[in-house]
Design a protein. Structure first.
Length: 185
C-alpha cells in the first residue's frame, strides 16, 4: 500500500462517520511529517452550518496543531474533489499538496468545473494528485445516494398515503355533516 493509499483510507474512515450521521460521506485528513494533524468529515446538516465541510474542519484542526494558519509542507487527503469554498480555503491555507479520491463533475473545483487549486493567477498553487482509491471513494458516495433516493421515495409515498387518508377522513366528516343536516329537516 502506498503512502497516498494509506492516508486516503483514513479519509474514507472520516467519510464513513459522516455517512453514519446521514450526511453526504466526505472525509478529509491533513498530514504533516507523516503524521495526521487534522481530521474532518461533512457535518453541514448536523451542525446546520454551511461551512461544516470535511476540508474546513480538518484545516481548522491542523491549524490549531501547527499554531499557524499556514499549512505549508502539509498534504490534504479528501475523498471527493473540493468545492469552490474548500478549494479556496486550501489555497489560502498554503497547503502544499492535495490528494483527491473521486472527482466531482457537478461541483468540483480541483479540476472538474474549475481548478482553483492550480490557478497560476493566485500567489499559491497546490500540487494535486487525483484518483487515489477512486473506486472506493465513489462506492461510499454511490451507496449513500442510492439509499437516499430510496428513503426519499418512501417518505414521499408515506406523505401521499397520509394525504389520502386525511382526504378520506374529510369526506367522511363532510358526509356525516350532510346526513345530520338532512335529519334535522
Amino acid at each position: 500500500m502506498t503512502r497516498d493509499e494509506r492516508y486516503m483510507k483514513e479519509a474514507i474512515k472520516q467519510a464513513k462517520k459522516a455517512y453514519a450521521l446521514g450526511e453526504v460521506p466526505i472525509g478529509c485528513v491533513i498530514v504533516y511529517q507523516d503524521k495526521i494533524i487534522g481530521r474532518g468529515y461533512n457535518r453541514r446538516n448536523t451542525d446546520k452550518n454551511t461551512l461544516a465541510h470535511a476540508e474546513i474542519t480538518a484545516i481548522n484542526k491542523a491549524s490549531r496543531v501547527m499554531k499557524d494558519w499556514r499549512l505549508e509542507e502539509c498534504t490534504l487527503y479528501v475523498t471527493l474533489e473540493p468545492c469552490q469554498m474548500c478549494a479556496g480555503a486550501i489555497v489560502q491555507a498554503r497547503v502544499t499538496e492535495t490528494v483527491i479520491g473521486a472527482m466531482n463533475p457537478k461541483a468540483g473545483c480541483g479540476g472538474s468545473i474549475l481548478n482553483i487549486l492550480e490557478m497560476p493567477e493566485f500567489n499559491h498553487q497546490v500540487i494535486v494528485r487525483r484518483g487515489i482509491l477512486e473506486e472506493e471513494c465513489q462506492s461510499v458516495l454511490k451507496k449513500f445516494f442510492r439509499e437516499l433516493r430510496v428513503r426519499n421515495r418512501m417518505e414521499k409515498q408515506q406523505r401521499r398515503e397520509k394525504q389520502d387518508a386525511e382526504a378520506v377522513l374529510q369526506i367522511k366528516i363532510d358526509d356525516e355533516g350532510e346526513n345530520q343536516r338532512g335529519e334535522n329537516l
